[in-house]
Design a protein around this ligand. Sequence first.
Ligand SMILES: O=C(O)CCC(=O)C(=O)O
Ligand SMILES: [Fe+2]
Length: 359
Amino acid sequence: MADDLSWASAPLARIKAADTPQCHSSHVGQEQIPVVNLSLKDAEAASALRHACEKFGFFYVAHHGMSQGLIDRQFAASKDFFSLPLSTKLNLKVDQSNRGYYPFGMGSAKNPFAQEDRKEAFNAYGFETEPSDATPFHGVNKWPSEEDLPGFRETMEEYHKEMSCIANRLVTLLAMALGLPKGYFDERFSRPVANVRAVHYLEGQPSNPEAGIFGVGPHTDWGALTILATDNEPGLQICLGKTWIDVEPRAGMFVVNLGDMVDRWTNGRFKSTLHRVVNSNERFSTPFFLAANWDAEMSVLPSCVSTGESIPAAPATCGAWLTMRRRAEYENKVRQLEDTSLPNARAPSPPRLQQISAQ
Ligand SMILES: O=C(O)CCC(=O)C(=O)O
Ligand SMILES: [Fe+2]
């Protein structure tokens, strides 16, 4: 795996570092985010998908096939999890495996100039390796015991499994939308790095974009695509042109966005769009992140390169990509902490764990 991080901070045309400030203004505008109806025949759905991917990188999916019952059960399970005593949750704290509990105040602020994201989260992957596996994103999931939270694991695993089916359909449509054979991407998603993340934006912790305080700071997703379920609380915004656009929750639909892998494979034809969460109230959301196989290639699709077009450098495999994005984020954070001239040095620190712990 290459060890050079220079690409991560270089102003690359296509590969957006997490801190690229495309959307300067705090102006929030309106735009119709398209809906892709998954009950349509493949060709029709693929055509709608193509338009959405080229223009927005974001779309709703309707008639996706997941029952409202399972969506509701997942949110109920997620709320029960976050209501556990902090000490129980902290026993499941994330490590290099990226599995388990992200406490509030530790976070993964993706914008290094912002403060920590105002959220707590729980992460579980659809694959496991040996507990001793020190490869980033590998290892075993960290579930609360059945005694502490009966049925939580079963619900989240069922949700993950059904989300994987929707994701597979989207991957097929993605290939068709690019004019490729239906099964073109199947091989690179045969053992995907896919995870479900329950997220809780805390009550009494409203965002304040001017002060650099966010539910989630501006970022692009690292994987191939993300399928997001939210409660009825707004907050998600995407950067179109130079304006932040609200993505309102819509009953019965998920929000889907493309991540950096698809942006890279298509050389920017299909967009991984900058987004953030600006919330006023308590909010729950559950993104399902689909990345390709660990060893899948990051190379640009031949059909997406015109003669003479230059292609920015990038790691060779999806695993190397994920590892570097994570490391770049971490190193940015360290740089930020060390550099007192950065804006965050002047902003007040978020309250630490003890201060917000109601348990
Ligand atoms: O909670 C949301 O609406 C989106 C969260 C998000 O963008 C992320 O976790 O990558
Ligand atoms: Fe995201």
